[in-house]
Write a protein that binds this ligand. Structure first.
Ligand code: FAD
Ligand code: NAI
Length: 462
């Protein structure tokens, strides 16, 4: 039996970051992980592999659509799917091995196996029970199920199966127009599949700024993705390696079916807490199956904390990481804190979509007086040169104080551009502060400055 200041359960972005930060702060730390590799959902079957496939398929798109326009002539590359999957797997390995290295460097013990908590202060892995002054549960999430849709990870797949398909499907039906559906739907569309997305609501990416939702859907349709909106999927069946999806249109209750080689179920994720024995040690859960925590990540049981996808809030790797750092600092006696008002969200399609802070719809509902500064990438020289002029930057600022309340970007490198606004928001900046900051020319970030200028006397290149 070993004894630790802290045992972290789960080595995803929440858990591994927490373990490393706690070790840096002088605690004796172990991290338990049941998978064969570190990094959790994000590195193994989430962020990293999906971005590798998005990158590779985007390169193909560029070669097919834009190379010749720039005088780069020749045969378009053909797709070697086995090699593309190998590239994705090598990317995963490089990243998961990187975490192993960081654990060694920071003297974090990796306890291999599945953990349970027999009592506060104890973590059991296999037959061994380890003592821990503090336990952080960072057990993450798993794909949600949908009644009538049985995932076999071959014909009907979750995001995990969609990252290792045996071949590129001719016809792919995606259930759910959320982040996973649109990112992976884009990958297979670019690789030649006929992709239809079936969405329950009348909008894609629920919760996002309305103007962005509309523009995003239009651009995806231009790329050839098809959408069936307001449609509740009733079930999916498979026969001879093919699938049939049945859905009901909400407006008139009419039923219809779609045939597909592959169906991707992407209707959300739910916390994964199975086998931990949380109820037996008195850890309370929310109605939605999340671990209940207070403002300092403490559960209802003393000495047990929880973070990441397993608790409330957006299911994002960087949110989990920030909570991991904060809880490590709290356990070490410092004042860890996460500002939930400034957590960016990014969709890594092309163009990318990024947001931070409030949407226009939220500000309206709140009755807040606000102004909008918008700038189209059509007015950005760099974007025009790079065939990336679709999209815009939209900054929302308080009408009286000019303080930035939110920003929504659809366009090239949106996921990187958003951070200038995140930093500005952390400093309580006004739109004018961004507008008066010199931005290098020619860069995409000039579009952010122009949107900030548009909150005041006006953009220059509009
Ligand atoms: P996880 O990453 O889920 O890690 C939890 C770990 O705990 C797992 O490895 C699990 O094996 C382990 N575990 C669970 N129970 C036990 C136990 N009892 N004993 C031992 N080990 C245990 N987010 C982004 O921000 N950007 C993206 O681009 C992005 N892309 C995504 C793409 C896909 C396809 C998916 C599915 C998700 C994506 N996400 C993305 C979401 C992101 O992966 C999660 O928000 C993030 O991984 C959550 O981190 P976590 O540490 O809370 O949990
Ligand atoms: P999601 O919550 O983003 O989207 C699910 C969609 O499915 C919603 O639009 C919903 O209305 C729809 N839906 C639900 N039931 C339906 C039904 N019966 N028929 C048709 N449509 C239905 O969930 P998703 O895409 O599965 O992603 C899960 C989580 O993973 C997200 O919370 C996200 O934060 C995270 N993620 C983040 C990424 C990123 O940051 N780039 C990438 C991928 C995932």
């Amino acid at each position: 039996m070993a004894s630790y200041d802290l045992i972290v359960i789960g080595a995803g972005p929440g858990g591994y970051v927490c373990a490393i930060r706690a070790a840096q702060l002088g605690l004796k730390v172990a991290c338990v992980e049941g998978r064969d590799t570190l990094g959790g959902t994000c590195l193994n079957v989430g962020c990293i592999p999906s971005k590798a496939l998005l990158h590779a398929s985007h390169q193909l798109h560029e070669a097919e659509h834009n190379f010749a326009k720039m005088g780069l002539k020749g045969k378009s590359p053909s797709v070697d799917w086995t090699q593309m999957l190998a590239y994705k797997d090598e990317t995963i390995e490089a990243n998961t091995k990187g975490i192993e290295f960081l654990f060694k460097k920071n003297k974090v013990d990796w306890i291999k196996g599945w953990a349970s908590i027999p009592a506060a202060g104890q973590v059991k892995v296999g037959d061994e029970v380890h003592e821990a002054k503090n336990i952080v549960v960072a057990s993450g999430s798993e794909p949600s199920s949908l009644p009538g849709v049985e995932v076999d990870e071959k014909t009907i797949v979750s995001s995990t199966g969609a990252l290792t398909l045996g071949k590129i499907p001719k016809k792919l039906v995606v259930i759910g127009a959320g982040v996973i559906g649109l990112e992976l739907g884009s990958v297979y569309k670019r690789l030649g599949a006929d992709v239809t997305v079936v969405e329950f609501l009348d909008v894609i990416t629920p919760g996002m700024d309305g103007e962005i939702q509309k523009s995003f859907k239009r651009l995806l349709e231009k790329q050839g993705l098809k959408f069936i909106m307001g449609a509740a999927v009733q079930g999916a069946t498979t026969k001879g390696g093919k699938a049939t999806v049945t859905y009901k249109l909400r407006k008139d209750d009419s039923e219809a079916t779609l045939e597909a080689d592959t169906v991707l179920l992407a209707t959300g994720r739910r916390p994964f807490t199975e086998g931990l024995g949380l109820a037996d040690v008195g850890v309370e859960m929310t109605e939605r199956g999340q671990i209940k925590t207070d403002g300092h990540y403490a559960t209802s049981t003393k000495g047990i904390y929880a973070i990441g996808d397993a608790i409330t809030g957006p299911m994002l790797a960087h949110k989990a990481e920030d909570e991991g750092m904060a809880v490590a600092e709290i356990i070490a006696g410092q004042a860890g804190h996460v500002n939930y008002g400034v957590i960016p969200g990014v969709i890594y399609t092309h163009p990318e979509v990024a947001n931070v802070g409030q949407t226009e719809e939220e500000l309206k509902e709140e009755g807040r007086a606000y102004k909008v500064g918008k700038f189209s990438f059509m007015g950005n020289g760099r974007a025009k040169a790079n065939f990336a002029a679709d999209g815009f930057v939209k900054i929302l600022a308080d009408k009286t104080t000019d303080r930035i309340l939110g920003a929504h970007i659809i366009g090239p490198m949106a996921g990187d551009l958003i951070h200038e606004i995140c930093v500005a928001m952390e400093f309580g900046a006004a739109a004018e502060d961004l507008a008066r900051t010199c931005h290098a020319h020619p860069t995409y970030s000039e579009a952010v400055r122009e949107a900030a200028l548009a909150c005041g006397d006006g953009a220059i290149h509009a």
